[in-house]
Design a protein around this ligand. Sequence first.
Ligand SMILES: Nc1ncnc2c1ncn2[C@@H]1O[C@H](COP(=O)(O)OP(=O)(O)OP(=O)(O)O)[C@@H](O)[C@H]1O
Ligand SMILES: [Mg+2]
Length: 404
Amino acid sequence: MKSAASSLEIESTSARITRRAEALSLRLRAVGERAFPPTAQKSLRSFSSGEVAQIVGVSDGYLRQLSIDGLGPAPDVSSSGRRSYTLEQVNELREYLATARPKEALRFWPRRRDGDKLQVITVANFKGGSAKTTTSLYLAQGLALQGYRVLAIDLDPQASLSAMFGLQPEFDIAENATLYGAIRYDEVRVPMREVVRSTYFPGISIVPGNLELMEFEHQTPRHMMETRGRPEELFFRRVARAIAEVDDDYDVVVIDCPPQLGFLTMGALNAATGMIVTVHPQMVDVASMSQFLLMTSDLIAVIEDAGGRLDYDFLRFLVTRHDPRDVPEQEIVALMRDVFDSDVLAATAWKSTAIANAGLTKQSLYELSRGSVGRSVYDRAMESIAGVNEEIIALIGAVWGRGK
Ligand SMILES: Nc1ncnc2c1ncn2[C@@H]1O[C@H](COP(=O)(O)OP(=O)(O)OP(=O)(O)O)[C@@H](O)[C@H]1O
Ligand SMILES: [Mg+2]
């Protein structure tokens, strides 16, 4: 008894914190495994013909006719005659329609064409909990559903986005398997393709995150000292350079930023072609956003002074976790629209218990059936997500010179 007490007394502070961290990690692992056993494979659900008609933008009747005529993919037909499609089949259908109706090819198959610039969309705000990760997740998934090839990059050491794709940062992501592996300064650096992995969601690849990303924050000051006067070595170019290695493989890159303006975020700001600033409409959040904007503009000035060019095709504010019936929130949204004008997306991400609950079990609504969530709650959440995505997709289309 006595010896145990004295051994605790002589335990160093760092050892004590480590011991606490390990105990917590073990407990969290147990909780996580109960909620979502590691053996459970994530899987994307299939889509009803009604949903597919909506996603692709044709009528349900036309889809039925195609399937009767044996044209396009062959959906699964249940005993009650309901047709359902996998996302791979939705993409096959897109390809079929683009060929069969060439005048509308771009609408059905909207991927980048020659000369279209890779879109790199950075979702940022240093305010924690402003729904950066949720926005990144549903943007990536919404884009993939529309047939775009998407690379999601988890730039947050907390790795929430990776977790949403079924990757546990502590257990599934080995050393040098995050973006840090591709941007590190030493000879252990690996090509970007080595840190990209496929996901359960066809059309989306991910570069996962974990605590290793913090190394970039630690190593950068030293690197800056060592490479003074060599602008090609500037740290903030490294994220863009890594992305450039896989430029041909994707249409859109979505970067989920950590809630701070560190060197990683600066790298993402420099790599971005478009930026979405997520804002939860509460007075404290809006006040801190003003700080965020001032600091961001300072950082961008630093990058520009160093010869970096930041030419965003768009920068938009997105109101998140919004309860449109809440009067104080209405006032704050009105204030934002007044100050930022058309830079605030018209669509807002509505607060939804379906989104919150799915997030708790690290799942996306696309893994869950409507029935398991409650149809009206599910549909409302999806409507809100689709509204936001549609506007962002229109911004991308505009950059690629495509009209409405
Ligand atoms: N539309 C929404 N409706 C309800 N809950 C939401 C919505 N969007 C996000 N949330 C919840 O709010 C919390 C914070 O969201 P999220 O993790 O996306 O924020 P974040 O900005 O990435 O946070 P951090 O700064 O920690 O990275 C999560 O629990 C998430 O499930
Ligand atoms: Mg996050």
